[in-house]
Design a protein around this ligand. Structure first.
Ligand code: GDP
Ligand code: ZN
Length: 287
């Protein structure tokens, strides 16, 4: 029973990477995960029939999974941002970081196009969080060794608004990849987003990169408004200065978190985005 990782799902077939081979498999029979269908990123057991055709027999337990895009077992979510066109709104980053926290994924903030900007706006905000911040350039290669080191042996997924350089970074990390890059309008013109599927690319040594268009508009889900504060980890340090037990740092008096924002110890944009997302969850409105 070889074990492998689903790297691609297409037209009823699953492509399962076992060691250095990729086996085309049909999913058959029932899965122990109760009718759950396999996702890209799932670890599975497969078998080969007499004709050498593969079959997915069993889904192994998941570390986590996402609904949109539907993928499983992400170790690291890399939030790719840019200070030059298209400038990244920190709100987009904070949706990614909080969803990652909620799903038990590590977070890396990657500020790309460092060759083209001297702005410290995003670097300063995220320096005040526990997240690893790497400034990269897919053009000069700056920061890419550090990024490669951070994802070694892990399954990572890149998220970020279109045009920040996700494909360029992936190509730079794995020169054989040859993903299409280009400006947003050009990509849409080619219909790229409608034809692409999610795929996990192996970098060897159990390192995988996921190429999925869906993570660009991260979707917060299955989350109570009251737990959101747990996914802004730099808030925890100030919580014992809140007057009320279970303070959610919104309308309460004598709130240690709000005081820390006032003193500039928590970046204003982090708190403001927390408030917006809190309201969104309260309203159960979905993007
Ligand atoms: P994606 O939509 O996030 O996958 O972005 P792409 O990788 O397609 O890149 C969008 C555009 O930005 C392309 O024209 C790239 O050549 C350019 N680009 C990507 N990375 C960098 C970088 O580090 N510096 C500069 N100056 N341009 C970059
Ligand atoms: Zn509080």
């Amino acid at each position: 029973m070889p074990e492998g990782v689903i790297v691609k799902a297409l037209s009823g077939f699953y492509y399962v990477r076992t060691g250095s081979e990729t086996v085309e498999c049909r999913a058959r029979g029932r899965f122990r995960l109760d009718g759950t269908s396999p996702l890209v990123g799932d670890r599975v057991e497969i078998s080969l029939d007499a004709q050498g055709k593969g079959r997915v027999d069993k889904l192994l337990p998941r570390k986590n999974f996402f609904v949109r895009p539907a993928v499983a077992n992400i170790d690291v979510l890399i939030s790719v941002a840019s200070e030059v066109e298209p400038v990244t709104d920190p709100f987009l980053i904070d949706r990614v970081t909080s969803t990652a926290e909620h799903n038990g994924c590590e977070v890396i903030i990657c500020i790309n196009k460092s060759d083209a900007s001297d702005s410290r706006r995003l670097a300063d905000i995220y320096a005040a969080t526990p997240y690893k911040v790497i400034e990269t350039s897919a053009v000069t290669g700056a920061g890419l060794d550090e990024l490669a080191e951070c994802i070694k042996g892990k399954v990572c997924a890149f998220s970020g608004n279109s045009g920040v350089g996700k494909s360029s970074i992936m190509n730079a990390l794995e020169p054989g990849l040859d993903l299409k890059t280009g400006e947003i309008s050009e990509k849409l013109g080619r219909g790229r987003h409608t034809t692409r599927h999610t795929e996990l690319f192996s970098l060897g040594n159990h390192t995988y990169m996921m190429d999925t268009p869906g993570f660009s508009s991260m979707y917060i889900e299955n989350m109570e408004a009251s737990e959101l504060k747990n996914y802004f980890p730099e808030f925890a340090r100030w919580e014992d200065q809140c007057r009320f037990l279970g303070c959610v740092h919104i309308g309460e008096r004598d709130c240690g978190v709000k005081d820390a924002v006032q003193r500039g110890e928590i970046p204003e944009s982090r708190y403001e985005n927390y408030r917006l997302m809190y309201q969104e969850l309260k309203d159960k409105r979905r993007y």
